[in-house]
Design a protein around this ligand. Structure first.
Ligand code: AMP
Length: 144
């Protein structure tokens, strides 16, 4: 059911895009915004969201917006790799509450993976402060 529903302009990522909620940003242009996940599953957990579209999920994204957005997802993933030097990288995206989606504005998760470092479960981490996230964000910004 949540796969197809009206877009709620009061979702938390829409508020971040409008500047009504804070975020620790790593990248922004006219197509996308990338910021640190405040409940990270692993250090460096970053989210990339599209601007200018009312897309709840990947299925909703207009085809005309797909290419530009995915270029930003890759650009941010490359910066996470360059800045944090992980051994691997997960690029993950959930569609609909039964699939694990909790915020209904399209986003890709970029999660660095280090050998031997256990990753937390989705949507179960403890909340990090901006001060805790900022040093990681600075390293990612330096990776662009
Ligand atoms: P999903 O469950 O795939 O919809 O992912 C939503 C993600 O947003 C989760 O990983 C949450 O930890 C993260 N999240 C929720 N609220 C915020 C927020 N205010 N700022 C940054 N990340 C958030």
């Amino acid at each position: 059911m949540t796969l197809h529903a009206p877009y709620d302009a009061n979702n938390i990522f829409a508020k971040i895009l409008r500047g009504e909620m804070p975020s620790v940003k790593v990248f922004e242009d006219n197509v996308a915004l990338a910021f640190m996940d405040v409940f990270p599953q692993v250090e460096g957990h970053t989210l990339v969201i599209p601007k200018g579209v009312e897309a709840r999920n990947f299925l909703d994204l207009p085809e005309a917006a797909l290419g530009d957005y995915m270029l930003r997802v890759q650009k941010v993933a490359r910066a996470v790799e360059a800045g944090l030097k992980p051994d691997g990288l997960r690029v993950v995206q959930f569609n609909g509450a039964p699939a694990g989606q909790t915020v209904f504005h399209l986003h890709f998760h970029i999660m660095p993976v280090w050998e031997g470092v256990k990753m937390g479960a989705h949507a179960s981490g403890s909340m990090k402060s901006a001060a805790e996230l900022e040093p990681l964000a600075a390293r990612i910004r330096a990776g662009f």
